[in-house]
Design a protein around this ligand. Structure first.
Ligand SMILES: Nc1nc2c(c(=O)[nH]1)N[C@@H](CNc1ccc(C(=O)N[C@@H](CCC(=O)N[C@@H](CCC(=O)N[C@@H](CCC(=O)O)C(=O)O)C(=O)O)C(=O)O)cc1)CN2
Ligand code: MET
Ligand SMILES: [Zn+2]
Length: 762
């Protein structure tokens, strides 16, 4: 019998129950005991839901109060010394302080660095390791959650981040090599596996997504050492889970690692199946990732059954499991509740619950159950309907893409000429200050929007409320003395969803929440068809804000690559084609902003780096169209119009040429948590245009002071030319409160002024 085994379930909850529980605890409105009770209730509900939807085996320990990589670090006691006193006083406080920083009781601890989980919009905390690091088991989270599931009658398989991926995703603060720590770490893993076995776990899923990356000899040796050691540990059977790409380039060795099971992603990389079957160890179980754990479209079930049958022919049904391509952390829970969507469109969607039902059908078909046929037939019809739908294809959009010329992706003059004209127009001081766009999205703002949506506030009341917020924001910025202002983005629920709501070809959901980091969630819009812009989207708010001040008001758009990357994208045409359509829609918006007198326009591309393919050989092709799309959006303007862009969490070293090719007049980047490390790339490459290295970490409630930010700026002057440098936070301020925001921005402006004085004196 082939079984349906899930790899991971969204933990935030259908209505973001976990977010609300965690935030209530942070605010002091609930106790640790209450938080743990709420978390337990959510886990139970999710196990029941998964079994009811058709899963034979459900994952456990896929749950986390903040992040599963942080959980792994804490589990193996990889806790940097600075947090230890907090852990000793209260483990939960210690845990959250690693995630969010801690400022109290005379302590002032920055949080761990946060970065993108592979090419997803999920962020994990980067464990900090050091030479000679010791590991030991701390707490019993995986064991406790397994016992909890077992006692609740769930058939659960514990999930752990595998030891090699854990080390490769960590950073060594002293320049030592993380993989040197493998033997010590394996001892702790082996101990944990023994405990799980004693508790009755038959299988453990070890996630090793790094196995799909370009790997060198050292990594390969680490994998071999790790899995030989763990195989000898006499623990439960090991399912080695790979996902987000193909194993082909790491074959045959990757498929012959001594585990009793291997999971492969056949959505991203269906072509690997033959090679994997050829390299698989005898008796090794194969888990087939057949439905997309990263996107929301119903699967082509005929194709899935065909793939599964071809594997069954070689291995036999007993040696097969069917699964999503990866953990379903990246998709929402229940599409059937999205009654606000057109019925036809809703019929095309599968969220986590529906994906498990799809897998049930595939397994049933494979196991010869006749009942599967009717469901397969229904799936076939829906797919055909989607392929032919008039909702999807629009000739006028295709015609505009066709008509693009190379000139459409080029500014009129080179940067040097433009920047002189822009400087003449605006006369900004050295170290000009600005912010990244959003200001605090307070509960008041969110409540007003919720009231508007529910009809309790009419449009004119809502608009009036937003105008007040915007006016207040402009006034605060003037008082603080910021040079280039923003309107604050109060009208936006999210930088992607807001545009998705206004563009044709996009749909948006009511409860399609996906965890982004910690308690923060997003509702990615769904791009189902050809994209166009029926009307201006931001001009009203930018011109209103500009009318309130003499200082320049920066227009604010989300860029084409980011809209693409942070949406659920249609899977029936290349991503590049969809991206060009979005770029054209935004280009019209840029032209309208300029025509309305907005002379500085920021086009955010925080997701440009994250969209980079995982294998180097695919980078150039991606970067070419991604950069081209940014340029299509930003190139209709005159030389005097200053184009800004913004990126956060990006490793720039390897893509700096592409970043330069975007040719934005000013780029702001996230640098504060990494203490300006990122600037090295810009310095080495002699990046020509202006740069605002973030000097205020906005992901933490901690308030940096003037000297700290001044130091970071001085560090920047040691690698960049003074007239290149802008002064700004790491990212938008939407997650912060007003008090911290004003205090930090005042200190930021003070730091800039101090540097101006230093400069004048030098
Ligand atoms: N799409 C996307 N990806 C991204 C980012 C981003 O900004 N957007 N930034 C980075 C990650 N950073 C992030 C930072 C903040 C949030 C964030 O604050 N998310 C909000 C939701 C934003 C939103 O959609 N808000 C809606 C709904 C707000 C809400 O909760 N409303 C209440 C009602 C109001 C109330 O009573 O408080 C409800 O529905 O229950 C709105 O403002 O309208 C949250 O977790 O809460 C997300 C990601 C990288 N990836
Ligand atoms: C994740 S990048 C955010 C950019 C956006 N303009 C903001 O300030 O929120
Ligand atoms: Zn940002």
């Amino acid at each position: 019998m082939t079984t349906v085994c899930n790899l991971g379930f969204p933990r935030i909850g259908l209505r973001r129950e976990l977010k609300k529980a965690v935030e209530a605890y942070w605010r002091g409105d609930s106790t640790a005991g209450q938080l743990h009770d709420q978390a337990r209730a959510l886990r139970l509900r999710h196990w029941q839901l998964q079994h009811a939807a058709g899963a034979d085996v459900v994952p456990c320990n896929d749950f986390s109060l903040y992040d599963h990589v942080l959980d792994t670090a804490v589990l193996f006691d990889a806790i940097p010394a600075r947090y230890r006193p907090l852990f000793d006083a209260d483990p939960l406080r210690g845990y959250f302080s690693m995630a969010r920083g801690w400022q109290d009781d005379g302590l002032d601890l920055p949080a761990l660095e946060m970065t993108k989980w592979f090419d997803t919009n999920y962020h994990y905390l980067v464990p900090e390791l050091e030479r000679g690091q010791s590991f030991r088991l701390r707490g019993d989270k995986p064991l406790a959650e397994f016992i909890e599931a077992r006692d609740a009658g769930a058939r659960a398989r514990p999930v752990l981040l595998g030891p090699v991926s854990f080390l490769l995703l960590s950073k060594c603060v002293d320049g030592s090599q993380a993989l040197d720590l493998l033997p010590a770490l394996l001892t702790a893993y082996a101990q944990l596996l023994a405990q799980l076995r004693d508790a009755g776990a038959q299988w453990v899923q070890l996630d090793e997504p790094c196995l799909v990356l370009d790997l060198g000899d050292a990594e390969r040796r680490a994998y071999e050492e790790a899995y030989h050691t763990l195989a000898d540990a006499a623990g439960p059977k090991l399912l080695l889970a790979t996902y987000f790409g193909t194993l082909e380039h790491n074959l045959p060795w990757a498929a012959s690692l001594p585990a009793q099971g291997l999971h492969v992603d056949l959505v991203r990389a269906p072509g690997q199946l033959d090679a994997v079957l050829g390299a698989l160890r005898e008796d090794c179980v194969l888990s087939l990732g057949l439905v997309d754990g990263r996107n929301i479209w119903r699967a082509d079930l005929d194709r899935a059954v065909l793939l599964a049958r071809s594997a069954a022919d070689r291995l036999g049904k007993e040696r097969l499991q069917v699964a999503p391509s990866c953990s379903m952390l990246h998709v929402p829970i229940d599409a059937s509740l999205e009654t606000g969507l057109a019925t036809e469109l809703r019929g095309w969607l599968a969220f986590a619950k529906e994906k498990l039902s799809e897998l049930r059908v595939v397994a049933d078909a494979l196991n010869g159950l006749a009942s599967a046929n009717a469901t397969l037939e229904l799936a076939r019809e829906r797919l055909q309907q989607r392929r032919r739908s008039r909702r999807v294809h629009r000739a006028e959009v295709a015609a505009r893409v066709e008509a693009l010329t190379p000139d459409d992706a080029r500014r009129k003059s080179p940067y040097a000429q433009r920047s002189a004209l822009q400087q003449r127009r605006y006369g900004l001081p050295a170290f000009p200050t600005t912010t990244i766009g959003s200001f605090p999205q307070t509960p008041e703002v969110r409540k007003a929007r919720a009231a508007f949506r529910a009809g309790r506030l009419d449009e004119s009341q809502y608009v009036q409320f937003l105008e007040q917020q915007t006016a207040h924001c402009v006034q605060v910025q003037e008082q603080i003395g910021i040079d280039v202002l923003v309107h604050g983005e109060f009208e936006r629920n999210d930088m992607v969803e807001y545009f998705g709501e206004q563009l044709e070809g996009f749909a948006f959901t009511r409860n399609g929440w996906v965890q982004s980091y910690g308690s923060r969630c997003v509702k990615p819009p769904i791009i189902y068809g050809d994209v166009s812009r029926p009307a201006p989207m931001t001009v009203r708010w930018s011109t209103y804000a500009q009318s309130l001040t003499q200082r320049p008001m920066k227009g604010m758009l989300t860029g084409p690559v980011t809209l693409l990357q942070w949406s659920f994208v249609r899977d029936d045409q290349p991503r590049a084609d969809t991206c060009r359509q979005i770029a054209i829609a935004l280009r019209d918006e840029v032209a309208d902003l300029e025509a309305a007198g907005i002379g500085i326009i920021q086009v955010d591309e925080p997701a440009l780096r994250e969209g980079l393919p995982l294998l180097r050989k695919d980078w150039d092709a991606y970067l070419e169209w991604a950069v081209e799309c940014f340029r299509i959006t930003t190139s209709p303007v005159d030389d005097e119009t200053q184009i800004h862009t913004h990126m956060c969490y990006s490793e720039f070293n390897d893509i700096i040429e592409a970043v330069a090719a975007m040719d934005a007049d000013v780029i702001s980047i996230e640098t504060s948590r990494s203490r300006m490390e990122l600037l090295d790339a810009f310095a080495q490459f002699r990046y020509p245009n202006a740069i605002g290295p973030g000097i205020y970490d906005i992901h933490s409630p901690r308030i940096p002071d003037r000297d700290e930010m001044g130091d970071l700026l001085r560090k920047a002057t040691s690698v960049l030319a003074v007239d290149q440098i802008w002064v700004n936070p790491d990212c938008g301020l939407k997650t912060r409160g007003w008090a911290e925001t004003t205090a930090a921005l005042e200190a930021m402006v003070a730091a800039a002024k101090e540097l101006r004085l230093d400069q004048a004196a030098a």
